[in-house]
Write a protein of this length. Sequence first.
Length: 153
Amino acid sequence: MGLEINREKTRIVDLKQKGASLDFLGYTFRYDRDRQGRPHRYLNVIPSKKALKKERAALRAMTSSRFCFKPIPALIEDLNRNLEGWAAYFSFGYPSRAYGNLNHYVRQRLQIHLRRRSQRPYRAPKGVSLYAHLRQLGLRYLVPPRRSGRLFT
């Protein structure tokens, strides 16, 4: 196939050593303490910081001021499609913390985007939280696959 090993990037990592981790294909592999306080450790597989940073950059670009003309349902549909693809790839392992961070980031970016769209400040309808209002508009939030068997609620 003509593949060659890059000597500068290739290394052997002993994950059993304290503090050792390996970033590979967007995931970080490392051994962590047991959450129940038992003496053994488990292999934790989470989305890498670089993968999260790249996804936040994509979400930031989708909600930038360049797209203030786009109708909100179309924007939310694009965001859902992007998040669904990202979540499908990173559903392996323990992505719940990363999902929570991305859910918060999407809410934050949409709030900024909605306020930027008009000269008058945007507010959710009276008696409805921003979280519930965005759900009414069609935004789906990421949920860990182990709890529900699906990626969105």
